[in-house]
Design a protein around this ligand. Structure first.
Ligand SMILES: [Zn+2]
Length: 335
């Protein structure tokens, strides 16, 4: 088990009152320390420019570098230091992915800013560079296939777009349907060579532990077992938690722990344990810290005690949505 962290991640600031604030990461670090899980912490360098250019256009990278200060979109502010810190976030996820590959152990990149809304030529949704996509490119230097599983509340439109016509990166996303950024419809399975390798699973409000359990059984396991990735990345957002102020999904902290166990089990079975988790969203600091610490504990075969365990969605309110995705996938996968 290892963590990746850089002090610079705490220096990144959006506007006053913005949910993506430094306190999120501070709460995570504090909880990990409290649980005795703050150890084996690696400090990254900024991402290699050649690797960044595999994902983002040179023009877009230049535009972030030279942006100065102001709004990139109504939710995403840029300051003079943003470029430097965003390079460190991408570099941190690359370091975590490479370490996971070398050691065949899970590694968690505790980065800010997040990345999954950033596409090849645009940022937005609190994101500048797509950390997971850049890390996938780094892994592809060593393996032929990489699977990205995105359990953030929001659809990772950037990641989806970047790999939309490719099959060397499989992208599976659970997200609440009908909210920001409005993409990730159940029929959008990719295009060309990549048809079937972009798997959106939009879920209705209220979907939580039972719905995600069904998703794991009906989609995650059969698809990944057929795909047989050489390494896995997890875009880990804490905003699918029922405590989160931005969304309507209702995973509990134990629900996140179970999902982490499933993902780690699959990584061990399919790619020798090479799995890198990278932090995306999550805006209730206490719940976010709890689910990240819960996941890191799973890496060590431990359990932490969870405060936010109020069970909702015992019946699987999003089951019909999982089955709707399964029906689309039958043509491509043994679901
Ligand atoms: Zn999110």
């Amino acid at each position: 088990m290892a963590l990746v962290h850089h002090p610079g991640y705490h220096e990144h600031r959006q506007t006053i009152g913005h949910p993506e604030r430094p306190e999120r990461l501070a709460a995570i670090v504090e909880r990990l320390r409290l649980e005795g899980l703050w150890k084996d912490v690696l400090t990254p360098e900024p991402v290699d420019p050649g690797l960044l250019e595999k994902v983002h256009t040179a023009a877009y990278i230049d535009s972030v570098r030279n942006f100065g200060e102001g709004y990139m979109d109504p939710d995403t502010y840029v300051r003079p230091e943003t470029y430097r810190i965003a390079l460190l976030a991408a570099g941190g996820t690359v370091l975590a992915a490479r370490r996971a590959m070398e050691t065949k152990r899970p590694v968690f990149a505790l980065v800010r800013p997040p990345g999954h809304h950033a596409g090849s030529y645009h940022g937005g949704g609190f994101c500048y560079f797509n950390n997971a996509a850049v890390a996938a490119e780094a892994l592809l230097e060593k393996v032929g296939r990489v699977a990205i599983v995105d359990i953030d509340l929001h659809h990772g439109n950037g990641t989806s777009d970047i790999f939309h016509s490719r099959r060397d990166v499989l992208y599976i996303s659970t997200h609440q349907g009908g909210i920001y950024p409005g993409t990730g419809a159940v029929d959008d399975l990719g295009e060309g060579e990549g048809l079937g390798f972009n798997i959106p699973v939009p879920l209705p409000a209220g979907s939580g532990d039972a719905t995600f359990g069904l998703f794991s059984e009906r989609i995650l396991h059969p698809v990944l077992e057929r795909y047989r990735p050489g390494a896995m990345l997890v875009s880990f957002g804490g905003d699918a938690h029922y405590m989160d102020p931005l969304g309507g999904l209702s995973l509990t902290s134990p629900g996140y722990v179970s999902l982490t166990e499933e993902l780690l089990g699959l990584a061990r079975k399919l790619c020798g344990g090479a799995v890198c988790f990278t932090l995306e969203g999550g805006y209730h600091a206490g719940a976010l810290a709890e689910v990240v610490a819960g996941a890191v504990a799973v890496f060590e075969g431990k359990r932490i005690s969870c405060e936010h365990d109020r069970s909702a969605d015992e019946q699987g309110v999003g089951s019909f949505a999982v089955e709707a995705a399964v029906r689309r996938l039958k043509k491509h996968w043994p679901v």
